[in-house]
Design a protein around this ligand. Structure first.
Ligand code: ASP
Ligand code: MG
Length: 422
């Protein structure tokens, strides 16, 4: 008998019909002789709608109350799903995050899991029942309050439960057939990947791929959980996210795993910085104190005549205003001349473990962008990733061109079954 954790995202349980369809699938899995734990997200765009509701009442809702409100979304879907399964004559029991033993720190809105004590879930399984657990939520022992894990947190709930219960696999059900070489909503020729390493998946998630949340991938990597990302709309095999032991990567591993686009970043240029030791340290200390999570950094060669240089870096748009204000406050101590803010940038990232052992990947990337007339503004690399910044309005064209250049285009048009992409 296998223990399978299945996670269903909001688009898979968006309405009563979908809930019934998912229930049938869970029933089939149970009847095939498996123990089944289900983690469920809120129906459709419920979480966004609850958030909008809160913002209509007050501009800055209290973290504790917002978590109380948002966790209601998953309570609705878990109870409905349990009812639907019971309708098939099987035993199913729904549990809140707290009942399922998801113990977190006290950080409302972005709590971290500190312990998982799924005693009641284990008990339900031992009694032959299917356990349904509300995703995205937990409980802090110190405050006694309900917390949420941050947007998309149900993936993390599922992985954490899979690790704690020593599950055989954690299946993440979504509205696409698996992980694609690029976002099939933007790149119709994107192909499904059969197998990807958690290392590559982490880079893709960090680079803006939305199919899996980075914290869930990190957790799975750390605890050795195998993920199977697949569609809830068919029975096709999806994508396995595996944790190969170091050095075990097979030679057939494709050069490039995928390409991600990120439109959530902005660029700040600190212009006319005195080119003397200590200035970068000063600037990035200010930026760090402002809480900005920076990504790329570029420093230009200084102009001999002025002895000044420009430093540009990228950061999430949401950190933009605070970081600009902090830098402005320190203009005279740092001695820079002006600040520029640009939120019309897009970042393309090419990811593949094969880059370690293959030359010429950057040359091919830059050549394909050049041939398409797309200007590169910044470049950064890791061992298995190359990222470039372009104008925001060219990013999707850039991804399609690079996708073709690296031979990733498939013959069939990728199918997207549902979801609003919200
Ligand atoms: N319902 C939450 C959200 O939309 C959690 C999740 O879907 O994973 O962010
Ligand atoms: Mg959701």
């Amino acid at each position: 008998m296998s223990l399978i954790v299945q996670k269903y995202g909001g688009s898979s349980v968006a309405d009563p019909e979908s809930i019934k369809r998912v229930a049938k699938r869970i029933v089939e899995t149970r009847k095939a002789g498996n123990e089944v734990v289900v983690v469920v997200s809120a129906m459709g765009d419920t979480t966004d709608e609850l958030m909008d509701l809160a913002n209509q009442v007050v501009p800055l809702p209290s973290g504790r109350e917002l978590d109380m409100l948002l966790t209601a979304g998953e309570r609705i879907s878990m109870a409905l799903l349990a009812m639907a399964i019971k309708g098939h004559g099987l035993d199913a029991r729904s549990y809140t995050g707290s009942q399922a033993g998801m113990i977190t720190d006290a950080q409302h809105g972005s709590a971290r899991i500190v312990d998982v004590t799924p005693g009641r879930v284990r008990e339900a399984l031992d009694e032959g029942a299917i356990a349904i657990v509300a995703g995205f939520q937990g409980f802090n022992r110190g405050t006694g309050d309900i917390t949420t894990l941050g947007r998309g947190g149900s993936d993390t709930t599922a992985v954490a439960l899979a690790a704690a219960l020593n599950a055989d696999v954690c299946e993440i059900y979504t509205d696409v057939d698996g992980i694609f070489t690029s976002d099939p909503r933007q790149v119709p020729s994107a192909q499904k990947i059969d197998r990807i390493t958690s290392e590559e998946m982490l880079e893709l998630a960090a680079a803006g791929a939305k199919v899996l949340y980075i914290r869930a991938v990190e957790y799975a990597r750390r605890h050795g959980v195998t993920l199977h990302v697949r569609s809830s709309f068919n029975n096709n095999e999806g994508t396995l996210v595996v944790n190969p032991v170091d050095g075990e990567i097979s030679v057939e591993e494709p050069l490039i795993a995928g390409i991600a686009a990120d439109l959530s970043q902005a660029k700040i240029t600190v212009a006319g910085v005195p080119d003397i030791p200590g200035k970068a340290a000063q600037i990035f200390t200010i930026v760090a104190k402002a809480g900005a999570n920076i990504d790329m950094i570029v420093q230009n060669v200084s102009e001999a005549a002025t002895g000044r240089t420009d430093i540009s870096f990228t950061l999430p748009k949401t950190d933009g205003a605070g970081t600009l204000a902090a830098l402005n406050d320190h203009q005279s101590d740092v001695g820079f001349q002006t600040l520029q803010y640009d939120d019309q940038i897009g970042k393309l990232s090419l990811v593949g473990a094969g880059m370690r052992t293959n030359a010429g990947v950057s040359a091919k990337l830059f050549t394909s962008l050049f041939e398409a007339g797309i200007n590169i503004e910044m470049i950064s690399t890791s061992e298995i990733r190359i990222s470039v910044v372009t104008r925001a309005d060219t990013i999707h064209d850039a991804v399609r061109v690079v996708h073709t250049a690296f031979g990733l285009d498939g013959d069939a048009v990728a199918v997207v079954h549902g979801g609003t992409g919200r």
